[in-house]
Design a protein around this ligand. Structure first.
Ligand SMILES: Nc1ncnc2c1ncn2[C@@H]1O[C@H](COP(=O)(O)OP(=O)(O)O)[C@@H](O)[C@H]1O
Ligand SMILES: [Mg+2]
Length: 365
């Protein structure tokens, strides 16, 4: 059913098979300048959603063919629609349905028969919240691209400084005293550090922008290959690296490679002072998720500060002891977020640390 649509006003999709309810809701919403579209069953609703994404959905629970819970689940599992606010239409006494609706990701419910001012107030609130979330998302995107252009623009003059000091060292070192040579070498070291920070920042921005292409990723192979590459840079260390059987799951290969690189680089870095380093990678699974743990016996950290670790530029170890940019874990978190996963760390001072990440099991192939 289509109605005369006012331009630029929020669109509400009503999914309900009871004509009287539709009528009341449509009249109230139209009178308040909302665009209204109506679907009397699930299959029509899904078609309408493909044609046009509304700003909010009013969803009846009891309908023939496909009930409101099923429709809610379908909508919430599709990334195109998952942020759409859904308000269930239910009877007040039906507490079980109300709580099931919330579990499935609905934002709110309105009791039938409608109290029209309540219906309007709830619709207004959720449309406002959705607009706020969108404008935050937009601001975040702008910050990301700002960060990218700053990092990008700083990189080439920095590389020039790097090169110039290299020439300076090569051509004039003989004419300098020891102090001069040391100063030059400090400048080169510092400018290389900055280049590294900038490369990390560029990685971080890329992880927000990059278009994901999902393939089946064998985590055992990914961890083994990445470890081999990283450990080749520190051939003299005594390290015991063990890999338990890990799952194969759907992911973006470039992103997951960067994730594993960052995790293992940390495990290698923070075990540097151990006579024998151990790094163990294991996996467990719950009903819904795979959880991978990368445990090391390194310096560890104070759990009181665990929440900070994933923030950009946050470091718990001093630069002169362990070099770094403090961007690695922020990159890991972004990558996991884009895979609908999560990351966390546990640790204890001088007793090692464990990096955990979880990925949904329905990513399984
Ligand atoms: N395996 C680990 N063991 C101990 N501390 C760690 C470990 N991994 C990360 N951290 C802590 O988390 C901080 C942030 O990590 P990260 O973002 O990768 O930055 P960076 O490695 O450049 O310092 C590190 O500075 C360190 O204090
Ligand atoms: Mg790191």
């Amino acid at each position: 059913m289509e109605f005369n649509q006012p331009a630029n006003q929020p669109t509400i999709l009503i999914i309900d098979d009871t004509p009287e309810h539709i009528e009341t809701a449509v009249v109230v919403l139209r009178a308040n300048n909302f665009n209204v579209r109506v679907a009397t069953k699930g299959s029509i609703a899904l078609k309408l959603l493909e044609q046009h994404i509304p700003d909010l959905i009013l969803l009846d629970i009891y309908m023939p063919e496909m009930d409101g819970f099923e429709i809610c689940q379908l909508i919430k599992s599709d990334p195109k629609f998952s942020s759409l606010p859904i308000i269930f239409l239910t009877s007040l006494t039906d507490e079980a349905s109300i709580s099931k609706g919330f579990t499935l990701g609905a934002q709110d419910y309105v009791a039938k028969p409608f109290n029209t001012s309540e219906l309007l107030a709830r619709v207004d609130t959720h449309i406002k919240l959705k607009k706020q979330a969108e404008s935050l998302q937009h601001a975040n995107k702008e910050l990301d691209s700002f960060c990218y252009s700053v990092a990008h623009d700083l990189k080439s003059p920095l590389l020039s400084i790097n090169k110039l000091t290299e020439y300076l060292a090569a051509d004039y070192a003989a004419n300098m005293d020891a102090e001069g040579r040391e100063l030059i070498s400090n400048i080169r070291e510092k400018s290389q550090e900055v280049v590294q920070i900038i490369d990390h920042l560029l990685d971080l921005s890329r992880m927000s922008e990059i278009k994901m292409s999902l393939t089946a990723i064998n985590l055992n192979r990914l961890f083994a290959e990445t470890y081999t590459e990283l450990v080749a840079l520190e051939p003299r260390r005594d390290i015991e690296f063990t890999l338990a059987p890990l799952p194969t799951l759907q992911g973006d290969v470039l992103m997951l490679k960067l994730l594993v690189q960052n995790i293992l680089a940390n495990a290698l870095k923070y075990t540097r002072h151990q006579a024998k380093a151990t790094i163990n990678v294991t996996a467990t699974q719950t009903d819904t998720e795979h959880i991978v743990a990368v445990q090391d016996n390194g310096v560890g950290f104070d759990m009181r500060y665990a929440a900070r670790l994933f923030n950009i530029f946050q470091r718990l170890h001093a630069n002169n002891e362990f070099e770094g940019s403090g961007v690695g874990l922020a990159i890991c978190q972004k990558i996991l977020k884009r895979h609908q996963g999560t990351a966390w760390m546990t640790g204890k001072v001088n007793e090692g640390a464990t990096f955990y990440f979880s990925l949904k099991r329905d990513d399984l192939t």
